[in-house]
Design a protein around this ligand. Structure first.
Ligand code: AMP
Ligand code: ZN
Length: 457
C-alpha cells in the first residue's frame, strides 16, 4: 500500500511520492539544538520521524530514501550555555551531540543518512543570504545585521495561514508596515538572516561580506536542505511548534532564493504533555531518557510509550504508561520466542504495517499486532511479525535494564562546578564537588572540559 500522510500545507492526507527522476525520496527533519539533554518531547518527535523513515525505506527501498536531519550547534542557547560554563562552544555542542546520539541509539532510532551542522555550513548560508540581498528580499540595518523582508514574498503565511488570520486585524501582512523595534527592522514580521557579532557571543562569529557575525536560526535549514537534497524536497517535518515561524520562514527564504517550490509535503507531530501539563523544569516533570532509566524502565518501553498515541494527537505521558509498555513488550517477547520460521499464516501482521501506512497510525499498529496475536489459532510466520516490529523500531532483544548514565541533577551539578572553577571561585567549586561525591559521582577535569564517572567505592 502507498504511504498516506497528513500534509500541514494543503491540510489533506496525501500519498507520499518521490518526485525526482532518480526515484530517491528526499526527506528533511529539523534536528535538535545541542546544548542540553533531549527531553521526552524532543525524543517523541524524533521517534515518530524514525518510524516514518523506516516506513519510507520499506516502501521505496533503503537506497532510495535520503534522510537529512540537522544539528543546531550555534544559536543563542548554545552560546549562552558555553558562556555560562566557560567552555568552548564546540566542546559543549560535541558533549550534547554525543549524548543525543547515545539516546537515539538506545531508543533504536536509525541514524539519518546525513546529519549536517550549522557551523559546518556557514559558507552555504552566506551564499543564500547574498542571493536574497541581490534579489531584493533582504536588507541590512545600521548595526550590519541582515533581515528578510517578509513583504517581498507574496506567499508568506501559506503554511500557517497567517495571512488569512492577520488580515482580519489589519496587520503588517495586510500591507501596513508595523514596527516599533529598536533593531532597525523595517517591519516587525521581518526576521534575521545574519546577526552582527556582539560581545556576549564570546567570539563565536564568522567573517562575511557584512562583517563578523553568525547566521540566524532559520537560514540553516534552508541552506543545508538545498545543499544535501536540492531545491525541492519531497517531505519536510518537525514538531508542531516549528510550523510558525521556523517553517514559514524556511519557505520564504528557499523559494525567494531558488525560485522553486521548497517542499511538496509538510508534516508536524503534536507535542507531549506530562501528567496533563506542559513540561517544565519548575514543575519537575521534564524527563530525560536517563531519568526514566534511573527509575528502572528500559529505553524500549520508553519508545513504546511514546508511540502509543497518534502522532497527530497530543500524548499525555505518565509513568503508568511505562509500566503498561513493559508488560506489552513482555507479551511480544514471549510470543516471538514461540514462533517458528516455518509456521503457516503468512503476512498475518500486514494490518500493523497498513495502519502505519494510513497516516502513521501508531496506536492502530499496536492494536493490529495484539489482535493478530490474540486471534490466530495457527501460528503466524516469524518474518511477518519481525517486519511489523522493524517498522515500529521495536527491538525485542534490547536489554531490559540498562546501566544508568549520570542523571540530570548530577550533570547540572557538574556544570555548576565547572563554571565556578572557570570563574576562579574555588570554594564554590569544592562545595559542588562534595555534592557530586555525595551523589556517587566523580568529575575528571581536562584542558577542554570534564568527564563524569561513577565514584569508586
Ligand atoms: P529543539 O531541540 O528545541 O530544536 O527541538 C527538537 C524537536 O523537538 C523539534 O522538532 C521540536 O518541535 C520538538 N519538540 C520540542 N518540544 C516538544 C514537546 N513538548 N513535545 C514534542 N516535541 C517537542
Ligand atoms: Zn529547521
Amino acid at each position: 500500500m502507498p504511504i498516506r500522510l497528513y500534509d500541514s500545507l494543503s491540510r489533506e492526507t496525501k500519498t507520499l511520492q518521490a518526485y525526482h527522476p532518480d526515484g530517491v525520496f528526499r526527506f528533511y527533519n529539523c534536528g535538535p539544538t545541542v546544548y542540553a539533554p533531549a527531553h521526552l518531547g524532543n525524543l517523541r518527535t524524533f521517534i515518530i520521524n524514525d518510524v516514518l523513515c523506516r516506513l519510507l525505506e520499506l516502501e521505496f527501498g533503503a537506497d532510495k530514501v535520503k534522510y537529512v536531519r540537522n544539528l543546531t550547534d550555534v544559536d543563542n542557547k548554545t552560546i549562552k550555555r558555553a558562556r555560562e560554563e566557560g567552555r568552548p562552544l564546540a566542546a559543549v555542542t560535541k558533549q550534547w551531540t554525543d549524548k543525543f546520539h547515545a539516546d537515539c541509539d538506545a531508543l533504536h532510532c536509525l541514524r539519518p543518512h546525513i546529519e549536517p551542522t550549522a557551523t559546518g555550513h556557514i559558507c552555504e548560508q552566506i551564499d543564500m543570504i547574498n542571493m536574497l540581498m541581490k534579489n531584493g528580499n533582504a536588507y541590512r540595518v545600521a548595526d550590519g545585521s541582515i533581515y528578510f523582508k517578509v513583504s517581498s514574498f507574496n506567499n508568506y503565511g501559506k503554511l500557517s495561514r497567517l495571512k488569512e488570520r492577520e488580515l482580519q486585524f489589519g496587520s503588517a501582512l495586510a500591507g501596513k508596515p508595523q514596527t516599533n523595534s529598536t533593531d532597525g527592522k523595517e517591519d516587525s514580521t521581518d526576521f534575521v538572516l545574519w546577526k552582527t557579532e556582539k560581545p556576549e557571543d564570546t567570539g563565536n562569529a564568522w567573517e562575511s561580506p557584512w562583517g563578523r557575525g553568525r547566521p540566524g536560526w532559520h537560514i540553516e535549514c534552508s541552506a543545508m536542505s538545498k545543499k544535501h537534497l536540492g531545491d525541492t524536497i519531497d517531505l519536510h517535518t518537525g514538531g508542531e511548534d516549528l510550523l510558525f515561524p521556523h517553517h514559514e520562514n524556511e519557505i520564504a527564504q528557499s523559494e525567494c532564493c531558488n525560485h522553486q517550490l521548497f517542499a511538496r509535503h509538510w508534516y508536524h507531530s503534536k507535542h507531549l504533555l506530562v501528567d496533563g501539563a506542559k513540561m517544565s523544569k519548575s514543575l519537575g516533570n521534564l524527563y530525560t531518557l536517563d531519568d526514566l532509566i534511573a527509575k528502572g524502565f528500559s529505553p524500549m518501553a520508553v519508545r513504546y510509550a511514546l508511540l502509543a498515541a497518534h502522532p497527530r494527537k497530543q500524548l499525555n505521558f505518565t509513568i503508568d504508561s511505562l509500566h503498561a509498555a513493559e508488560s506489552a513488550l513482555k507479551i511480544l517477547r514471549n510470543f516471538r520466542a514461540n514462533l517458528s520460521a516455518s509456521s503457516s499464516v503468512r503476512g498475518a501482521f500486514a494490518p500493523a504495517i497498513h495502519a502505519l501506512e494510513d497516516d502513521l497510525n501508531t496506536p492502530g499498529a499496536f492494536g493490529a499486532l495484539f489482535t493478530t496475536i490474540n486471534c490466530h489459532t495457527s501460528k503466524p510466520e516469524a518474518k511477518s511479525f519481525d517486519h511489523a516490529l522493524f517498522a515500529l523500531g521495536l527491538d525485542l532483544r534490547a536489554p531490559v535494564s540498562v546501566k544508568a548514565e549520570a542523571p540530570a541533577e548530577v550533570t547540572s551539578l557538574a556544570q555548576k562546578r565547572w563554571a565556578a572553577k572557570m570563574a576562579s571561585d574555588f570554594s564554590a567549586a569544592d562545595a559542588f564537588r562534595k555534592e557530586l561525591t555525595a551523589a556517587g559521582w566523580a568529575m575528571l577535569d581536562s584542558k577542554d572540559g570534564y568527564k563524569l564517572e561513577p565514584a569508586r567505592k
